[in-house]
Design a binder for this molecule. Structure first.
Ligand SMILES: [Zn+2]
Length: 449
């Protein structure tokens, strides 16, 4: 129902916005395409991964028109056409990282690796700038799509997404959750004189009314999905609480991601029918079978042992024990057939690594859990795209889909570790990395969103 004109606040703002929108549309219509987009390009490579069959096909040419794949097959390249020749490198779909936090970079030297302190001492602006570097790093390492699951201060994730979409900074396509919704305390240990230190990291919701309000706030600011923390304290969200949130979020056509750390939290979230369990360190086989039946994804964020030691400060023996327990859970989930998406949840620094290189190194956990190379590639591409509702657009190299393409120096089915050495990255038909070098031009045309 339209709002009566006289009840609108600041009508001049609306008038101005209408004029600006008309102007923006006019500019978009007449804007010249940026040099590397909107073109017709033929890509020659050492092979093209077909995600569905789990095979690498040779003799294939990928024809990209604008931001989409026009054709794939043994095409003849018209004379005079623009050709990208990747030599022996093999083309795979752009990777999907389903659990990251762009604007959270804990630093031992500044916050002792504790994100509560990050929240207290760092501004959202500073964190957003770090996020811009993390976004570029993920793209450079092959991640053309990410699900950012919160901990971004005061909605830095939305600003990053807008800046990437408009072309101000290079980065993956994003889905965002805004502020994470949680019972009192969020994921922090507060003290009674400083309860405000929860701000701006979490939206606190202890009742269903508060939950609805928090969901509406996030949706109003433009988030793509909602995330709740189920069980970081003894007072956990019940099945009824979570079902209430699922219903509220579903009505808005969105999905609910649930952070769960305990077995009971996982059981509540599965019974309520969330879209994904984040972490879910503890799962019994019957829980996993319920996840299969309800098509609930596991985004396990299982880190390699060296990361456990560094991130949690565990000694080698304890880090190894934690790792073994988590890999056992991942192995059982894989064998039972739980839908799995790749998510690394990297928030810390490691010498010699960027956000992107550290993130892709998490494939080692999947290989340790006995995941086959074709399934690892599905977990890294089409599964994440499906969880995000983007499987018609992303996740495989097929005519009609967006041209999100990555090349690696070898056949990843024979040696999955080549996925850690991405040589070429294209997102939506635009080349961001070529011959192992990142390339990006400061834009001269901004596509205002
Ligand atoms: Zn996380």
């Amino acid at each position: 129902m339209p709002v009566p004109a006289d009840s609108r606040p600041y009508p001049i703002v609306y008038a101005l916005r209408t004029v600006l929108t008309a102007l923006a549309v006019a500019l978009m219509v007449f804007a010249a395409p940026t040099p590397s987009s909107g073109q017709s390009v033929y890509i020659r490579s050492g092979g093209v991964l077909d995600v569905a069959s789990g095979t690498v096909r040779s003799g294939q040419i990928v024809h990209v028109e604008g931001d989409r794949i026009a054709e794939v097959g043994p095409l003849s390249i018209p004379s005079g056409a623009t050709v990208i020749d990747l030599g022996d490198n093999v083309l795979v779909p752009g990777f999907v990282e389903a659990h990251t936090h762009l604007a959270l970079s804990t630093q031992q030297g500044r916050d002792f690796g504790r994100f509560f302190i990050t929240n207290v001492i760092e501004t959202t602006a500073y964190r957003a700038l770090q996020g811009a570097t993390n976004a570029r790093s993920l793209l450079e390492h092959g991640f053309t799509t990410i699900r950012d699951l919160g901990n971004n201060g005061n909605y830095a994730d939305l600003a990053l997404k807008q800046a990437i979409n408009e072309g101000w900074i290079p980065g993956p396509d994003m889905q965002t959750v805004g502020r994470i919704i949680a019972p009192f305390g969020g994921q922090f240990h507060l003290q009674p004189e400083r309860p405000e230190l929860i701000e701006p990291e979490y939206l606190i919701a202890d009742t269903q009314d508060e939950m609805r309000k928090a969901i509406h706030q996030n949706l109003h600011y433009g988030t793509d999905l909602i995330k709740i923390v189920v069980d970081d304290f003894d007072y956990i969200y019940t099945e009824e609480d979570i079902r209430f949130a699922v219903d509220e979020v579903s009505r808005a056509g969105r999905k609910l991601a649930a952070h769960v750390a305990t077995l009971q939290g996982a059981k509540n979230a599965i019974a309520a029918g969330v879209s994904s369990l984040e972490h879910a360190w503890e799962l019994e086989d019957e829980d996993m079978r319920a996840m299969v039946a309800k098509d609930i994804y596991l985004v396990g964020t299982d880190f390699p042992p060296y990361y456990a030691g560094y991130f949690a400060g565990y000694d080698e023996t304890r880090a190894r024990a934690l790792y073994e327990q988590r890999i056992d859970r991942l192995k059982r989930a894989y064998q039972i057939g739980v839908p799995i998406a790749f998510g690394a949840d990297v928030t810390d620094q490691k010498d010699g690594h960027s956000r992107g290189s550290l993130t892709i190194s998490f494939i080692e956990s999947f290989l340790d859990a006995g995941v086959s190379a074709p399934d690892l590639l599905r977990i890294l591409t089409i599964n994440g795209a499906t969880l995000m509702g983007l499987d018609n657009e992303k996740g495989s190299i097929e005519a009609g889909k967006l041209a999100d393409l990555v090349a690696v120096p070898g056949n990843p089915l024979a040696d999955p570790n080549v996925l850690q050495r991405v040589s070429f990255v294209m997102k939506r038909g635009v080349v961001y990395k070529r011959d192992g070098r990142f390339e990006w031009q400061v834009p001269t045309t901004i596509d205002a969103q």
